[in-house]
Ligand binder design. Sequence first.
Ligand code: SF4
Length: 339
Amino acid sequence: MQRTGTEARGSILPGHGIAPARAGERAQADDFESRISEQGERALRGIDLNALAVSVTLKCNQACGHCHVSSSPARTEMMDADTMAQVVEVASDLRPPLIDITGGAPELNPRLPRFLRALRADAHRVQLRTNLTALADPEQPGLPELYASAGIELLASMPCYTERNVDVVRGRGVRDASVQMLRKLNGLGYGAAGGPRLDLIYNPVGTTLPEPQAALESLFRDELVDRFGIVFTHLLTMTNMPVGRFRDRLVADGGYERYMHALREAFNPDVVPLLQCRHQIEIGWDGRLYDCDFNLGRQRPVLGDGPATVWEFDAETIATRRIAHGEHCFGCTAGAGSS
Ligand code: SF4
């Protein structure tokens, strides 16, 4: 039966989404590799290079419960000026359709403004993943204005619009600080029709899979405009990956196997050709290459039969490389996919 209005809204309240299947309903012997080979692929390989991801730091002003790279204020890893210069050189040769800046909180790298200006001066399309609160870093005043004037596209973490759901995952006061920053970004034109792109990234509060993206986007659009007058471009959903701090928490709570079972059960063969590792490469803070941010979180660099660092970059070899995959990859193939 078709549900409408409040009833439908209530059914997808963020953090109370689709419950994972019960453990033990299906044998768990199959691993990611055998699932891939069932799709007629002999190995997981890259297809092309549509994006260059760059992790400029693992430091963050927050220590969120779901963080797959275990970022926190205690981390010290920062991309240095030489590595950034090499990234700019590689990007200039490669001309990727997108450069995707991530962290940690990229804003905490003091070299970020110079790096962004260099990339934009070379006419690259640049997007940056922000947790919103780091954008208010007093050490780096004027970052929102810099992003707007440089035409940087933003992907902002926003797991919910309610104070309880945000603060439980991301820390006390984060919901209000995020709302304040979203308003500021809207004031700079972000998220408005014709303005720079401001996408929100949603991930479930607990051990559920994300609700359908279109329904959640519509819910967030209504709630954020009604409650705070905030607008955004699109909402993207992301599965909590069994990597980093989220994995540690699952293991500590005894829920790891159950969560992995739910991910395996939700395997969707249609998303295998779309996996982000097949269309991008990630450069870590120290110049090492990774297939994706999740492999970086697992400290699992690219396999040893090709270029290993940004100084050895060889686009042709990298584009079709074999990919270092593992059990955590089921997080990317669950449901509608997550990468
Ligand atoms: S975790 Fe990384 S390597 Fe594995 S499927 Fe996802 S993007 Fe690819």
